[in-house]
Ligand binder design. Structure first.
Ligand code: G7M
Length: 319
């Protein structure tokens, strides 16, 4: 096989075929997903495979499910007891209409990606303004640039442009709303969108202050309007609109999901903060120059991360 280097013009499907297994990084029986480390060419790659949900909103498709020829291709009885029977089955799958799995590929994967997708223990960090300045600020400086190239590609319409759900093009106030890569773009119950702001001066919620309240409020209402217009099956009170702290990428963005979707750790305490709560917290600050750089936030952090080992663990003198 010819050696591959990132940037070679290979079709995306061909990249999946070239993936060579190294080891399992993590797996989760609840989300039925697995993170696999491997190589493509000789460069590290991560493949994330997740079994798809049933497209319950598509009744016609679901009506075919219990039929042996078009829904279930084979079936084997595991056990029966009185009126109860349980089976293993294989379902008819088709990559266009009923794919069995959603795959995400990260290539070339950096050590930061490998740490992020590997199984790890977590720590609870209570980040004071001082810890923020001493540990996170220097780290953010390293994490901008190349690592958020995907964000700049979206903002310049170089990537995913045909997927944009809504755009407010104003360079100062605007943002792009589009499907998050985690969403399969078909299961309405798991709608997962991400809104990425055009301005580049806000790395995280720490850069928000009272002067941005009107802007944040307009983002909030535009997000509700755009999402409910694009997906009429969902209403304003069925949207979970939140921000991550810590985020994985230091360019301000907002998550918009269907409340029915179990987004796991991404929507859990210690990571997700409702945008409306952030706005209220800013409103409650008395000093008009005040902002989140002066607040304390508590979040979870994986022990694998450089931010833990060389950052908070050192600063807090934890070995
Ligand atoms: O944890 P954080 O708030 O930084 O979340 C970033 C979000 O961006 C996650 O929900 C990712 O699934 C999503 N995301 C990451 N990448 C690399 C992409 C991408 O290339 N395209 C899209 N549409 N979403 C992404």
């Amino acid at each position: 096989m010819a050696s591959l280097v990132p940037g070679d013009d290979l079709s995306s499907a061909e990249l999946i075929r070239q993936f060579q297994f190294t080891r399992i990084l993590n797996h989760d029986t609840r989300s039925k997903s697995i993170n696999i480390l491997g190589t493509i060419g000789s460069t590290p790659a991560i493949l994330i495979a997740e079994k798809t949900a049933f497209t319950a909103h598509d009744e016609a498709a679901m009506a075919k499910l219990p039929t042996v020829d078009s829904g279930i291709s084979s079936v084997r009885l595991l056990e029966r007891n009185d009126i109860y029977r349980w089976y293993m089955a294989t379902l008819v799958q088709d990559v266009e209409t009923s794919p069995g799995a959603k795959l995400s590929l990260i290539w070339p994967a950096t050590q930061t990606h490998i740490d992020k997708y590997a199984k790890q223990r977590r720590r609870v960090i209570r980040e004071t303004p001082e810890l923020y300045r001493n540990v996170l600020v220097p780290y953010i400086d390293k994490m901008r640039g190349d690592r958020i190239q995907w964000v700049y590609n979206i903002l310049s319409h170089k990537s995913e442009a045909d997927r944009i759900v809504y755009e407010n093009p104003d360079p100062r106030e605007g943002f792009i709303l589009l499907p998050d890569l985690k969403w399969d773009r078909t299961t309405m119950d798991s709608i997962y969108l991400v809104a990425i702001v055009h301005r580049r001066d806000i790395a995280s919620i720490r850069d928000l202050n009272k002067s941005q309240i009107p802007w944040l409020k307009s983002i909030y209402s535009e997000l509700i309007q755009a999402t409910t217009q694009a997906y009429p099956a969902i209403s304003a009170t069925q949207l979970r609109i939140y921000v991550h702290y810590l985020p994985s990428y230091y360019h301000f963005h907002v998550h918009v999901t269907n409340v029915e979707h179990d987004a796991g750790e991404g929507a859990a305490v210690g990571k997700a903060i409702m945008l409306s709560d952030l706005i209220a917290r800013l409103e409650e600050m008395s000093d008009q120059f005040y902002g989140f750089a002066n607040s304390t936030f508590t979040f979870l952090l994986g022990e694998n991360s450089d931010l833990w080992t060389n950052g908070y663990a050192r600063a807090l003198d934890i070995v």
